[in-house]
Design a protein around this ligand. Structure first.
Ligand code: ZN
Length: 136
């Protein structure tokens, strides 16, 4: 991916007919894009709803979004509801203990694998709870 610094008023030209101009950097960054009508322009978050993230495509990673409800409250070993206390998850049903984030990550992995029916040897997959970004 190309990353360029630009100041307000400066612009980039993509191909022969796409121009992206920085309009303002006060508060929100404002861009002006001039492209042919047959070129779709959408916000990244809208694009990602319907397509794989560009970084995933570049690295041949399959993006799998999973249902996030109760992902940190459900036991990743037996699926029973558990308790959270001081960063730890505890399952009263099977006695499983883990870090809250580790338990949630294991649930995300289980849900992702169930959704995609992928096995260990089928290549990399990035599994994200829906409504959460990678940085959260
Ligand atoms: Zn359990």
């Amino acid at each position: 991916m190309l990353s360029l610094g630009r100041n307000p008023g400066e612009y980039l030209v993509i191909g022969e007919d796409i121009v992206i101009q920085v309009v303002s950097m006060e508060g929100d960054l404002r861009l002006s894009i001039d492209a042919p009508k047959n070129v779709s322009i959408v916000r990244g978050e809208v694009y990602e709803k319907y397509h794989e993230k560009p970084e995933c495509r570049e690295q041949s990673i399959t993006l799998i979004k999973v249902y996030a409800k109760d992902i940190s409250r459900q036991c990743s070993r037996c699926s029973a509801p558990g308790h959270q206390e001081k960063g730890s998850f505890c399952c009263p049903a099977c006695g499983f203990h883990a870090d809250i984030k580790t338990n949630a990550a294991q649930n995300a992995k289980k849900r992702g694998r169930a959704k995609a029916q992928i096995n260990e040897g089928n290549g990399p997959a990035l599994i994200l709870p829906e409504g959460l970004s990678q940085s959260s």
